[in-house]
Design a protein around this ligand. Structure first.
Ligand SMILES: [Zn+2]
Length: 312
């Protein structure tokens, strides 16, 4: 019997969830940028890049394989929707499986050009890094002891986790990679779309009086606001924009100092610091909601949540 030894390269594996008909498949660009991921993650052999021509469906398929504590099969998460309420669209999503972290990327993102694809994947690589360092804020309340700050609805904890992870990923980006794609970097003028999204919620409530629908839309809007504020703060830290340029964008100012005190995804944070930062950011999330016109309060004694539209 002949044994052949294969040296398995320590690289991020690529999976093509595409068909021959995928018209925009630029194999060379994808392969080149995917090759860079290997140097960006601590354990490349436990990471996979999935290039998908049906992005939402592929994300859902992987999300169902995620362990329970991350929101998997037992958790009945809603189907993934890459379209955000302000009209933005996600091009990639990182999903932690049991012993593997998967980045699913929309094959259509190639239309943005190689520099934007690079920026997109370098950002996702930082999510892989957080996960492999055991350092994600996302779902930390399911992985260990966590106390929700009194008065803050649980949705604020999710907003806080998103603020923290997105900020740490964005600040770990090499500035040259970030600078090279203006299309994927936020600027103060972009806040107009976020503000308009919240104004539309109030307008809708004025016309239909549906408080429940307004509440649901507000939570979805806050989720979008969290990643916007995290990206915005990172532009200040990376030296692209100044604090003064962002001064008029109140939710960014609310989160700024708390986020700036946190290390990028390149460094690890002790679990207690991570949990305490999430608690403080959850309180900030409530202030961010007020700054865009909504107050959400939890009465701990009565175990009751109140929702106020401040601009009606
Ligand atoms: Zn991200």
């Amino acid at each position: 019997m002949i044994h052949t030894w294969h040296v398995v390269a320590n690289t991020v594996e690529i999976e093509w969830a595409t068909t021959e008909q995928t018209p925009y498949l630029d194999v060379q660009t994808w392969t080149e940028v995917a090759g860079e991921l290997t140097a960006l993650v601590p354990e490349p052999e436990r990471a996979r890049l999935v290039i998908a021509d049906n992005f939402a469906r592929t994300v859902d398929a992987y999300a169902r394989q995620a362990p329970y504590e991350y929101g998997g099969a037992g958790d009945a998460e809603p189907a993934y929707d890459p379209d955000k309420p302000d009209g933005a669209r996600s091009g990639a999503k990182t999903i932690p499986l049991t012993d593997m972290t998967v980045i699913v990327v929309d094959a259509g993102a190639i239309a943005l050009g190689a520099l934007s694809v690079r920026r997109l994947l370098h950002h996702e690589a930082q999510h892989v890094r957080l996960r492999q360092h055991g350092d994600m804020a996302w779902a930390l309340h399911r992985r260990g002891p966590f106390t929700r700050p009194p008065g803050a609805i649980f949705a604020f904890v999710y907003v806080a986790q998103s603020l923290l992870d997105e900020y740490r990923c964005e600040t770990a980006l090499e500035p040259a990679v970030a600078h090279a794609s203006a299309a994927m970097t936020v600027a103060p003028a972009d806040f107009a779309d976020i503000a308009a999204m919240f104004e539309a919620i109030t307008d809708q409530y004025r016309s239909d009086g549906d408080l429940e629908a307004a509440f649901t839309s507000t939570l979805a809007g806050l989720d979008r606001l969290a990643s916007f504020a995290a990206y915005a703060t990172a532009t200040i830290v990376r030296g692209e924009q100044t604090r003064a340029e962002w001064a008029a964008v109140e939710p960014v100012m609310i989160a700024l100092d708390e986020l700036r005190a946190v290390p990028s995804a390149a460094a690890t944070m002790p679990q207690e610091d991570l949990a305490e930062t999430v608690q403080r950011l959850a309180t900030k999330a409530g202030l961010m909601a007020v700054s865009v016109g909504f107050r959400i309060e939890v009465d701990e004694d009565a175990d009751q949540t109140s929702f106020f539209l401040l601009n009606v």
